[in-house]
Design a protein. Structure first.
Length: 490
């Protein structure tokens, strides 16, 4: 029996002795699906067993877990195998540092880096720590670290500069990126396609479209880095944002020429970008090409297509595509159903939306926080505050798919509090605040100020209000302080 190729490797599984796991580790972990719960269960079963695995498949499995954002199982696997004597390479250490940052925070990652042997502190591990700082938008730390890397003559790569430029983009400092590009050129650091893409985005952010075009021309002229489909999807997106639809279409045609290898993500970008230019026929044309290239079409592709059709107001087409997906899907994905549920809600067809929600539930897809948020928005806009609050509570209880809390938008909270304030409904507001406490560590000061105004308008008293505000670490405005004088009297 030969294991399928993974990450460019092919291993003959018949060579395993009985001491080894009878199947590839990644196959075992994903046997019951790719949810974090099932992966953790399979991982725990493997770790409790006495079965061995090859080092290469541990590395491949960790890569696969990271690609699916399953960081906690990945770090547990990495640490357990290391404790059992499986030696980490410097590359393994760099990956583990990233996992520690994602699961335990930057301080833990810094401590891991400090404890590494000096021989392991090279461009890979320094680069991993730099990337962690950049992802957490820690500008000062990132800049200090890259200066340290220069002092040590580590020979910075395009990846290090790319991390720093991504940071500047996210913190709203795209004007700093051209200087980084010039530094790379001066130090003879070869750019890659990502470098060119982020450079183009930086110029677009300051409305320098001609500068974007000069970057593309330089890329073609130098010939050191071949433009790929991401280059042209990036260019097309920039043109769409700027309102240059004709130029965007030309870029998309170039993207189609390059996509000879039938990359799934390229197809999805084409559908999205043709949708943004309003070209419905082109959207359907690319969809047919995608279906021919990938007869077993993934849920994510249907999700993308249906969303684009809804955005283009082609709800009948979206429904048809949804029915096609629904009839053949092996796993009923609530995210796909949510797109149609949202379309129904926006058209006021709440009964159809409710029916689809229940149909999805029967197919094994529980409503998630997004589902409940859609209904919350609908009921709020239509004046049914009680149902809106119920949906908000359900959204908070559902949480996010990655295990994090779902937090309602300030707009939703503000609208609900405004309603309660208008009705002088203190009890309704208090119930909402209790729900919010399950979603956020600190309820916004505006919520408490609205509550204080409600107490005053309704003539309600609360001897504990001052202590309550102190416990919540909330400082209200001077106007609300005056209202407290009346509210807190015995």
């Amino acid at each position: 029996m030969v294991m399928p190729q993974l990450y460019g490797r092919t291993k003959n599984m018949t060579k395993r002795s009985k001491k080894y796991l009878e199947e590839a580790l990644y196959v075992r972990l994903f046997k019951e699906g790719s949810s974090e719960v099932s992966v953790r269960q399979q991982l725990n079963q493997f770790l409790k067993s006495s079965k061995r695995v090859f080092k290469w498949e541990v590395g491949d499995t960790i890569k696969k877990l990271r690609s699916r954002n399953l960081y906690y199982p990945a770090v547990k696997l990495s640490e357990t195998m290391s404790s059992r004597g499986m030696n980490r390479t410097v590359s393994d250490q760099a990956i583990h540092l990233d996992l520690v940052a994602k699961t335990r925070g930057i301080p833990a990652a810094e401590n891991y880096f400090i404890d590494l042997p000096e021989t392991s502190k090279n461009l890979q591990t320094y680069g991993a720590l730099l990337n962690c700082y950049c992802k957490e938008l820690m500008t000062e730390e990132a800049e200090a670290l890259i200066e340290k890397m220069k002092e040590l003559n580590l020979g910075l790569s395009s990846m290090s500069y790319n991390s720093l430029m991504t940071l500047y983009t996210k913190v709203g400092q795209p004007e700093r990126i051209p200087a980084i590009i010039q530094e790379m050129k001066a130090d003879n650091v070869m750019p890659d396609s990502y470098t060119y893409n982020i450079w183009m985005r930086a110029l677009a952010a300051v409305n320098d479209i001609s500068g974007v075009e000069r970057v593309i021309e330089e890329m073609r002229r130098d010939g050191q880095v071949a433009a790929n489909w991401t280059t042209y999807s990036n260019l097309a997106s920039i043109y769409v944002d700027a309102g240059y639809f004709d130029k965007a279409e030309k870029a998309l045609k170039e993207l189609e020429k390059i996509n000879a290898n039938k990359d799934l993500f390229a197809f999805q970008f084409l559908i999205t970008l043709y949708g943004r230019t309003g070209k419905l026929l082109e959207v359907y044309r690319i969809w047919r090409s995608l279906r021919l290239a990938f007869p077993k079409t993934a849920n994510i592709s249907y999700l993308n297509m249906i969303q684009v059709l809804v955005n283009l107001k082609d709800v009948p087409g979206a429904e048809k595509c949804f029915r096609e997906w629904e009839s053949g899907c092996s796993t009923y994905d609530i995210r796909v159903a949510n797109v149609i549920i949202s379309a129904y809600a926006k058209e006021g067809l709440v009964d159809k939306a409710e029916e689809l929600k229940e149909r999805a539930r029967r197919r094994g897809a529980k409503p998630n926080s997004k589902t409940w948020e859609i209904f919350c928005d609908y009921y709020l806009k239509n004046g049914d505050v009680k149902l809106a609050v119920d949906c908000l509570a359900n959204a908070v209880s559902a949480g996010r798919g990655n295990g994090q809390k779902w937090v309602p938008s300030p707009v939703i909270v503000g609208s609900l509090m405004a309603h309660f304030e208008q009705q002088k409904d203190v009890d309704g507001a208090e119930d909402l605040i209790e729900i919010l406490k399950k979603a956020v560590d600190d309820v916004a000061v505006e919520v408490f100020e609205s509550l204080i105004r409600m107490y005053a308008a309704a003539g309600r008293k609360s001897q504990m209000m001052r202590r309550r505000l102190k416990m919540e670490n909330v400082e209200v405005s001077d106007d609300c302080q005056k209202l407290l004088e009346a509210i807190c009297v015995e």
